[in-house]
Design a protein around this ligand. Sequence first.
Ligand code: ATP
Length: 306
Amino acid sequence: MSNSSAEVVIAANSLSRSYKDVQALKSLNIEVRRGEIFGFLGPNGAGKTTFVKLMLDFIAPSSGEIEILGDSPARLNRARIGYLPERVSIHPFLTGRELMIYRGHLLGLEPASIQGRADEVLKEVHLEDAAHRRIATYSKGMQQRVGLGLALMGRPELLILDEPSSGLDPIGISQVREIMQAQRKQGVTIFFNSHQLLEVEKTCDRVGILNKGTLVAQGASAQLSTSRGVRFQLENINDDIVSYVHKLDSKASVEGNSVVMTVEDLEEERKLPARLVEKGGRLIKYEQRTESLEDIFHRLIANSDN
Ligand code: ATP
């Protein structure tokens, strides 16, 4: 695999992984660059966890290659990665600060620096006021932030987060988002798995969409969006209107009582309402459509299932 770009932090090249007769990942090519937040989306069973396990060297590829921070996962110094599993098991009888200190020792940090680092991290995850309380008394959101703190203790270059917002309320979700964005500002690269499309759209620079082990798309969500368009809602749609619209070009169609077309064809868009009315349609509504990540997700998954 090429080492030409130092900026590539995660590189998967024709990466495949099978479990007996289940092919969980099929020839995956992924590139995540330094300093970006990359969201990994896919329905249950798509292969997201398998990819995370390969990144962390919990399992080995069946074929193909994966490099993390320019090295194979088996050779990589694990302190360069911070990992937040979906379910963090945290010692409930320790305080947040004790737990960070414990992690600092496990990571082999310089003993004299550990307390200072623990306080710094507790501040970064907004737990400084709860630092001396036992974790058993923390809310779900606070426990998730402790988990993030544990992942941050060793000043990782790459954070791998498995469903970091799952089970959190909207305030908890935005706190996690803020923490991720603050880390990104410090140059940390973040890879996270999620089912929460809105969250991914708000937080990520780029997304990868996985379905049945195949990467069906990768890019900025704006780049994945191909069908921003306008929608005219009409009454009295007749055969004349339907055949007219179908003759226009492949980007216009009749859906129920609406006519939908893309915005690239501005000339046609301008003329269309009057033409439709001339042909007997009654214009009820005109709306600009922008495709959300959720629309993109459903479209790509449906296309790849066909
Ligand atoms: P979810 O969102 O439900 O966590 P996922 O996208 O993380 O799903 P994976 O857990 O990677 O998906 O699973 C991908 C496929 O591999 C699934 O068909 C799953 O049943 C299968 N699989 C995963 N682990 C094993 C295993 N240890 N043995 C056999 N099959 C497995």
